[in-house]
Design a protein around this ligand. Structure first.
Ligand code: PEP
Ligand code: MN
Length: 362
């Protein structure tokens, strides 16, 4: 017994430290056979480190399958016994934390619909006091980094030492290519805020469909994510929840084999020397761009002086539209995206308006 426990704890630590960390399993535990067959087929791929399964499912609408409940926990225990895979479940209440721990669940995660609610997060955090188990925190459904960080802080204050982040995308109104818009920049900001925490990508809930899963997985690896949590099912089309986004364990293995695994750094001197040279060029150009922007703002201030003495408004819509139109044509020729040029000119314009405003107010 002692040895078995140690082995399980060790397997969890090994998984936690492995890069990339791969978590997979069904959206929901449905039957004992399904949980065990999924675990066996995932273990057989040799590519999965942790078995996930939703036991309690917070669903958007009543009447949908809300999870099998605590009854499914022994199934996970059994799956671990057979395959050696550490297990992970989502928890949203203090009672769920206790139940999961009673059945030796190795990793807990807080779902997107819970991260949004500080009362719920606090309840989960309180139940975690004195417990030595890794906890993953999904981004809240709305794009609010403070809320995400707040949840991390609540769990950290409860004394949990191993905390990781899961990026599962953000809810938005209207149909997009994604079920939940990835908004990669937000996840990157979060990663920069918490450089010591692993960040895992959940392509399943971002995509909501199978055909674009691989693209999102590759993107996450290109962005130096520490791992992936991908939903898998022995019979995806007939899954009781999230059927459209699940893949078989074998398809998951195929996708993982297709990904180009990139590392953050290499030891090669040649590579570093070449990179250093190019980076210096970039630094010079950034410097020049700043000088030029500074000059541009000085001219804007001179214009401000003229506007002030003639009592003219700062904003002149026609003039600005003309600038943007010309810029778009040029941008295309220079290989700069319209989206970037629009954002760039908006920022420059705003800065220019602020400079002129200061002159007018002086
Ligand atoms: C899930 O992982 O099955 C789940 C419900 O995810 P999320 O909290 O990201 O919606
Ligand atoms: Mn799901």
């Amino acid at each position: 017994m002692q040895t078995a426990e140690k082995t399980s704890a060790q397997a969890t630590q090994d998984a936690w430290n492995k890069r990339p960390l791969i978590i997979s399993g069904p959206c929901s535990a449905e039957t004992e056979e399904q949980v065990i067959a999924t675990a066996q087929r995932l273990a057989a791929t040799g590519k999965v480190d942790v078995l996930r399964a939703g036991i309690w499912k917070p669903r958007t609408k009543p009447g949908m399958f809300e999870g099998i409940g605590a009854k499914g926990l022994p199934w996970l225990q059994q799956a671990k016994k057979i395959t050696g895979l550490p297990t992970a479940v989502e928890v949203a209440t203090g009672k769920q934390v206790q139940d999961a721990l009673t059945f030796d669940v190795d990793v807990l995660w807080i779902g997107a619909r819970t991260t949004v609610n500080p009362f719920s997060v606090q309840e989960v955090a309180d139940a975690l006091r004195g417990v030595n188990v890794p906890v993953l925190i999904k981004n809240p459904i709305n794009p609010d980094l403070e809320l995400w960080s707040g949840a991390v802080e609540r769990v950290a204050r409860a004394g949990v030492k191993q905390i990781g982040l899961i990026h599962r995308g953000f809810s938005s109104y209207g149909n997009t290519e994604f079920r939940n818009a990835p908004m990669w920049h937000l996840a990157i900001d979060m990663k920069l805020k918490h450089p010591d925490m692993p960040i895992i990508n959940d392509p399943s809930h971002i995509c909501g469909r199978r055909d674009i899963l691989l693209d999102v997985m590759q993107r996450a690896i290109d962005l130096d994510y520490d791992g992936l949590m991908v939903e898998s099912h022995i019979d995806p089309d007939n899954a009781w929840s999230d059927a459209k986004q699940q893949v078989t364990p074998e398809r998951l293995a195929e996708m993982l084999a297709t990904i180009i695994w990139r590392k953050e750094d290499v030891a090669s001197e040649e590579y570093h020397a070449a990179l250093e040279k190019l980076r210096q060029q970039i630094n010079h150009l950034d410097d020049e761009l700043m000088q030029i922007l500074g000059k541009r703002m000085q001219i804007a201030e001179q214009i401000g002086q003229y506007k002030k003495s003639n009592n003219i408004t700062i904003l002149q819509t026609n003039r600005w539209n003309e600038i943007i139109e010309k810029a778009m044509v040029k941008a295309d020729k220079l290989g700069l995206s319209k989206e970037f040029i629009t954002r760039y000119f908006d920022a420059v314009h705003m800065e220019s308006i602020n400079h002129q405003k200061r002159v007018l107010d002086s």
